[in-house]
Write a new protein. Sequence first.
Length: 395
Amino acid sequence: MIYSDFHGLKLSRLGFGCMRFTTDPSTGEVDQDKVNAMFDLAIKNGVNYFDTAYPYLGGKSEGAMAEALSKYPRDSYYLADKFPGHSLPGPVDNLALFNVSLKRCRTDYFDFYLLHNITEWSVKIYESEEYHIIPDVIKLKEEGKIRHLGFSFHGGPQLLEEFLNRHEGIFEFVQIQCNYLDWTLQDARKKYDIITSHGLGVWVMEPCRGGKLAVLSEENSGKLKTLDPNASDASYAFRYLQDLDNIKVILSGMNEVTQVEDNLDTFKEHRPLSDQERDTLYEIAESLKKGVPCTGCRYCCEGCPMELNIPYLLECYNDYKYASALTPSMRLDALEEDKKPSACIGCGQCSHACPQHIDVPAALAELAELYRSGPKWSEMVKGRHEAIIKDLKDR
Ligand code: SF4
Ligand code: SF4
């Protein structure tokens, strides 16, 4: 196993993400035997970092993880959990909610604790005086119940920079979605640089983009097989990340023993990518993109009569075009009605100014429709509200 140093701690660079355990579709119960087998294999081969979150698997991830770890001494592994500020029904007793997680995880402290899923929408909750989240987690850290404080982030680079500037000295690490596709598609490169420039550690989630980079099309997989017929598609995604020095932990949401075995093999040693391997990955990334090649230069913004944040909207568009997901819907929810894509009047001023010749009005019209008809974060979160209220009552 390869390890990284973080404030004197020796963290396995392969972290076990606990949001994809196999569950029984009719009962929602986790296949505990399988989790136990995967954890035993991972621990035997040096994995010491386990990451869960309050809402994962409808609240069942924390308990399944705790059960699988129960036979190991508490100081032999690092435990990471997350505060669900983005799912709160309103201001709640944050400390009580934190205690629900502690209880489910059968521990009295978390080595790593993150504010979960900061975006342009949820940041308003996290920074609200009424919700009082940041002061409360700082207090928990002072009490020793949190050893290291960070946050997971799904917003754009501008918000990341602003948030870190506003809270300088509070957080020690940031978890971002990063892989060889999102390096450019979701501006992970800029986010990596921002986090690094603030002297913080980078944690990675979605190294294989929800599994999509682990099972490529026959054509793309064939390109990798010509480089090494025995290497899995996923191994390239991990090796790409291993080459980035400031990435301390790469979380993989493993749900099969064979995946654990393959990942352990990839993390046995650091094998830097050759130029040819890296070029092939970028070629594959380009073939996967279906959106527009916006560089974020903002030449289009000045003349927009509706004062739309065009590059921001196009980031959401590109995300939707790759895979319809809740994140872009959450980012669009954050905008006032007159700044949403539907506010575009189609004047075309932006396209004339764009050095990439992007047909912005067409992309925004499509985005407006994708947003209108796609899955809505604002609706999905209602179920979580009920669960949190119940958990706080039952505790
Ligand atoms: S087409 Fe839409 S986005 Fe472009 S300048 Fe006009 S109103 Fe703004
Ligand atoms: S001018 Fe074109 S490339 Fe630049 S931000 Fe606007 S849409 Fe993107």
